[in-house]
Design a protein around this ligand. Structure first.
Ligand code: FAD
Length: 473
């Protein structure tokens, strides 16, 4: 008999959720994880809880308050004198939130009787792993299991031109823990992480320049939304330079000199810190994959079928280490689906209904197809757009930038995509996801009563606009 029914490798939002669901379904489950936090302690929650989704949102909220205090409160008739930042306290708050959530996962493990094994795992076969103890180097044990779920996540890509040094040229993890606000911050890449961390430090006072290789801003976002977001972020003072290819990076006593090339030729730029956020790659190099014949593609992702099955019998892979969006909720949903599949249930993940969010302010959120994708596929559609400027609640809040866009099939009226740039877009998008999950039409949304005055009325009006009958515009 095997030691376990299921062993999960990795305790990020993919792995820990898979482990809890397996235990709920009655499987004897262990979760092996090698994360070590800043204090040198083992911690559950992977990238997301330790150095990703959660700490970044904690700092986004703190920096948003600071920015609002300086620039927005006066519009409400509130004046503040002597506003300043205690960065150490801000970081301590962030660390406490992280500690409370990662500690919460260990309590959930205990409650569900998931065995937490602190160590590095590698595959010895499709039913046997070797774990090297996190605390006693060289101390190894072998564990057998009927099923293995690999959820080893991802790590930042190190650029040859600008290798991380942990001090001045940093990845997202280090950029969540600066001990002072850099005067000048350079950011390589204009993706989700760059825009979020760029926003944090810009709001706290860093002169922030974001260099993006591509000419197009946020190329997977609906074009109209991306343009509106670019304009607004630039108005806020984020210096976003498109088509800027990094050519050289030189560190010197006073900072870092960057040279980039765009359509106008070569430009040099001086910064104090450089955040390189040029993408992430899967954590699969230390799994012993070749030796056991686990198929991994050229970019390092474990190959899986739509059910997350690898080529090895009984071995599944989920989350950032497989194809699909690198998002925590996608990883978690795959974890639940795989656990239920092992239990003999039939569950599917529909990637067209995965919501995306970029936590700038205003926020950017979307689900489903963009205008450009529908045009490329020659799908006839209706488009309804409603601006936050015409929404009572956003005016009352003093946050009225942006819009909601509903795209629906011209024949069936089924909602094909919803795109939001506006306040609390991260929360508003949930209604669109539910609507699409239930195959709703734009008319269904238009005929659903929304409370007044709420931000959600923008979605209601955009659905009405798709049928040419918005009321308040
Ligand atoms: P991970 O969270 O990376 O966890 C993998 C775990 O496996 C880690 O603990 C790792 O140490 C462990 N591990 C790896 N190899 C082994 C091994 N061989 N043996 C034992 N353990 C191993 N996503 C969102 O959806 N929303 C957000 O707002 C968001 N913000 C982000 C902000 C930042 C700054 C970053 C960096 C990421 C953000 N993400 C966000 C992405 C999100 O963090 C990832 O998509 C998510 O963590 C992936 O989950 P996972 O379980 O696949 O892997």
């Amino acid at each position: 008999m095997a030691d376990y029914d299921v062993i999960v490798i990795g305790a990020g939002p993919g792995g820990y959720v898979a482990a809890i669901r397996c235990a709920q379904l009655g499987f004897k489950t262990a979760c092996v994880d090698n994360w070590v936090n800043e204090k040198g302690q083992a911690a559950l929650g992977g990238t997301c809880l330790n150095v990703g989704c959660i700490p970044s949102k904690a700092l986004l909220d703190s920096s948003h308050h600071y920015h609002a205090l300086q620039h927005e409160f006066k519009h409400h008739g509130i004046s503040v004198k002597g506003c300043s930042i205690d960065l150490a306290k801000m970081m301590e708050r962030k660390n406490q939130i992280v500690a409370s959530l990662t500690g919460g996962v260990s309590m959930l493990f205990a409650k569900n009787k998931v065995t937490w094994i602190q160590g590095h795992a590698k595959l010895l076969s499709n039913s046997l792993i070797e774990v090297e103890d996190l605390h006693k180097s060289g101390d190894k044990q072998q564990l057998s299991s009927d099923h293995i779920i690999i959820a080893t996540g991802s790590k930042p890509i190190n650029l040859k031109l600008a290798p991380f040094d942990g001090e001045r040229i940093v990845d997202s993890t280090a950029a969540l823990s600066f001990n002072e606000v850099p005067k000048r911050l350079g950011v390589i890449g204009a993706g989700v992480i760059s825009l979020e961390l760029g926003s944090v430090w810009h709001r706290l006072g860093a002169k922030t320049v974001i260099l993006n290789r591509g000419e197009k801003f946020l190329k997977s976002v609906d074009g109209q939304i991306a343009q509106a977001a670019l304009k607004e972020l630039q108005t806020q003072g984020l210096d976003i330079r498109l088509g800027a290819k990094l050519k050289g990076v030189k560190k010197h006593a006073d900072g870092i000199s960057l040279v980039y090339e765009d359509g106008k030729g070569e430009t040099s730029l001086e910064v104090d810190k450089l955040l390189v956020a040029a993408g992430r790659k899967p954590n699969t190099d230390k799994l012993n994959a070749d030796a056991v014949g686990l198929h991994i593609n050229q970019r390092g992702f474990i190959e899986v079928d739509p059910q997350c099955r690898t080529n090895l019998q009984g071995v599944y892979a989920i989350g950032d280490c497989v194809r699909g969006p690198m998002l925590a909720h996608k990883a978690s949903d795959e974890g639940i689906a795989v656990a239920e599949r092992i239990a003999g249930e039939s569950t599917e993940i529909d990637f067209t209904k995965v919501p995306w969010v970029i936590y700038t302010w205003p926020e950017i959120a979307w689900v489903g197809r963009t205008t450009e994708q529908l045009k490329d596929r020659d799908i006839k559609f209706n488009s309804g757009v409603f601006p936050f400027l015409a929404n009572g609640r956003s005016l009352a809040m003093g946050s009225n930038k942006g819009m909601v866009k509903v795209l629906s099939d011209a024949e069936t009226d089924h909602i094909l995509g919803v795109h939001i740039f506006g306040p609390n877009a991260s929360e508003l998008i949930a209604e669109a996801v539910v609507a699409m999950e239930f195959s709703a039409s734009a008319e269904d949304l238009a005929r659903t009563i929304h409370a007044h005055p709420t931000l959600s009325e923008t979605l209601h009006e955009a659905a009405m606009a798709a049928e040419g009958r918005a009321i308040h515009i």
